[in-house]
Design a protein around this ligand. Structure first.
Ligand code: CLF
Ligand code: SF4
Length: 282
């Protein structure tokens, strides 16, 4: 086995989200340092954390990069099984300079911890290199569709390079950057997971095409999350567990599926099934 593949398999085996075996023994800490978002998803109310990677309806208190480092120190003293430091909001990590500052500090003070991030992918092509230089080992990109006409129904606004884009034009820019960014991240050796929100009547019959495309791009696994109907999608029903399972089984023929996601908070701490954030930080 090549050295690169050994390093990659080591990262995966130590990561509670990427490994079925690690999730009940290895913990993660999320640092809620990234409040701003550069897109508007129709299932997201920005009073709360980014629902592309978080439990809907939860609001995390945003902290500074310095506070984040103090929090890591405090938490790893209490929970030595924490190996992953993730930034997953409350907004889009790549759209907040605090994400990079925090990872710089974490790399400096705790070089043995793996760094992880969840993003909508809009800024991935321009930021992936900086993320890699800061030692980012794993990344999640939310990709709900590979068809801009479907994307226009899911994301109503995209703010990009000083412009406010809407409709299919916005969806095209987002999709092109997501696909280019994922390709670049994989090339940089980052292990990529794609989160796909299953939205009945909007993208549920199309997710197999997302699975096929991401497999082609070298993505490691897919996490199909159920829609929680909020904001502009309150009229839609979430998929039933049986419907989601059927889709996961179908997509599993194409790409490995994550089935143990807990839809964490942006300030989650500990094992996936045992979040300690409220006990520790209120
Ligand atoms: Fe956090 Fe996400 Fe990294 Fe995991 S969570 S940034 S990949 S360290 Fe994990 Fe939580 Fe599911 Fe995310 S269970 S919501 S998949
Ligand atoms: Fe909300 Fe996340 Fe979408 Fe931004 S990317 S609008 S925070 S769900």
């Amino acid at each position: 086995m090549k050295l690169d593949s050994l390093v990659t398999s080591d990262i995966i085996s130590q990561h509670p989200c990427f490994s079925d075996q690690a999730h009940d023994r290895v913990g993660r800490i999320h640092l809620p340092v990234a409040p701003k978002c550069n897109i508007q998803c129709n299932y997201c109310s920005r009073e709360y954390d980014c629902v592309n990677e978080s439990r809907p309806g939860v609001t995390s208190k945003v902290i500074s990069s310095q506070e984040a480092v103090g929090r890591v120190r405090e938490v790893i003293e209490k929970f030595p099984n924490i190996r992953i430091v993730g930034i997953a909001g409350p907004g889009d990590p790549l759209f907040n300079e605090e994400t990079f500052e925090t990872f710089r500090l974490v790399k400096d003070r705790f070089p043995y911890l793996h760094k992880c991030m969840s993003t909508n992918g809009l800024l991935l092509p321009e930021k992936v290199e900086s993320a890699k230089q800061l030692g980012l080992a794993t990344m999640t990109v939310t990709l709900n569709t590979v068809d801009p006409s479907i994307g226009a129904k899911i994301h109503s606004v995209v703010y990009y390079q000083g412009k406010k884009l809407e409709g299919v034009e916005a969806a095209e820019v987002l999709l092109n950057n997501q696909l280019a960014g994922i390709k670049m991240a994989v090339k940089e050796g980052i292990v990529v997971k794609v989160n796909t929100v299953m939205i009945p009547t909007i993208n549920d019959n199309h997710i197999i095409e997302v699975a096929t495309k991401i497999k082609e791009l070298g993505v490691y696994m897919q996490n199909i999350m159920p829609l929680i109907p909020l904001f502009k999608f309150t009229h839609l029903s979430p998929p039933s567990p049986t419907e989601r399972k059927r889709l996961q089984d179908e997509c599993a023929k194409v790409i490995k599926q994550m089935t143990h996601c807990r839809q964490c908070r942006a300030d989650a701490v500990g094992l996936l099934h045992k979040d300690m954030s409220t006990q520790l930080f209120g």
